[in-house]
Design a protein around this ligand. Structure first.
Ligand code: NAP
Length: 275
């Protein structure tokens, strides 16, 4: 199941139920709206009902951690959990967002290894992705509207890894300066997401043919940022493969089985085609 607030627009039930069916697993993936004040009771219910696993979304990714019995080291570093498994009554938290994004970059020819990476945003997804790509990037620059959150990511990563990382406020000046020699630009903000599909944080003139531009938004599949990146000759990647890969990693954690990635991707794509 997926717990969060809101949850009704999530695509996760589509891909997880398609995967359960394909692997003949007698399970169903539901979305359950849980308000912040009900989280502790919901966790007790999950234990007492023996629910095998769950995904966690906004606003519970951080607050759930105090109710879990164990947290894997990656999720601990990131400071957020998006997947929980129930192992004989013991709830263990994981985070698959960062690994899902890294996998999407690798399969989409956007491998961050040795690259200068500029990451826009410093929310939950940004934190997870920063931790997963930091060990590989030549230099990582995190720019965010609220500067303190970019600094917090920078400091958390610096504590654990000896890499070149900068956190700063997202302004026209910082963006123009940093994008001059950027090889991989990642948008992890919600700017450009449905229904505000005409918004972008990056002027088209700053995008260059040598860049890979990864927008983790999947609805719409082509954001304004990606449209303008394509027009500038840059290579583009959208958030669909990240969504599928983070879901596939969750599926593997719950079931121990190989996730049917193409089936999961097919379920998402057919929903997106419906509009
Ligand atoms: P979040 O924790 O709420 O963070 C939102 C981020 O967007 C913050 O950095 C926020 O800046 C920034 N932002 C929002 N409005 C802005 C604006 N008008 N101008 C500049 N910055 C703005 O959300 P999240 O969980 O990280 O998710 C962010 C996006 O990623 C969403 O669109 C979500 O759907 C997508 N996502 C995709 C996947 C996938 O699998 N493809 C997975 C997770 C999330 P401040 O800190 O200044 O508020």
């Amino acid at each position: 199941m997926l717990i969060g607030d809101p949850v009704e627009h999530s695509f996760s039930p589509l891909m997880q139920n398609a995967a359960f069916q394909f692997r003949s697993i007698n399970s169903v993936y539901l979305t359950v709206q849980v308000k912040s004040e009900g989280l502790e009771d919901a966790i007790k219910g999950i234990k007492s009902m023996g629910i095998r696993g769950l995904n966690v979304t906004i606003p519970h990714k951080v607050s759930i951690m105090k109710y879990l019995d164990e947290i894997d080291s990656t999720a601990k570093n990131i400071g957020a959990v998006n997947t929980v498994i129930n192992k004989d009554g013991k709830l263990i938290g994981y985070n698959t967002d960062g690994a899902g994004a890294l996998e999407a970059l690798k399969i989409g020819n956007g491998d961050p290894t040795g690259k200068k990476v500029v990451l826009l945003g410093a929310g939950g997804a940004a934190r997870a992705i920063s931790f997963s790509i930091a060990p590989f990037a030549r230099r990582l620059v995190v720019l965010n509207r609220t500067r303190s959150k970019a600094i917090s990511i920078m400091e958390a990563i610096k504590k654990r890894l000896n890499i070149k990382i900068v956190g700063d406020k997202l302004t026209i000046n910082t963006l123009s300066k940093e994008l001059v020699d950027t090889e991989l630009l990642i948008n992890t903000t919600s700017v450009g997401m449905f229904p505000k599909i005409d918004e972008t944080l990056v002027g088209g003139h700053l995008l260059k043919p040598k860049m890979v531009v990864f927008d983790i938004i999947y609805n719409p599949p082509e954001t304004r940022l990606l449209r303008e990146a394509t027009a500038s000759g840059a290579k583009t990647l959208n958030g669909i493969n990240m969504l599928v890969n983070q879901g596939a990693l969750s599926f593997k954690l719950w079931s121990g089985l190989k996730p049917p990635i193409n089936v999961m991707l097919g379920a998402i794509n057919s929903r997106l085609r419906e509009g």
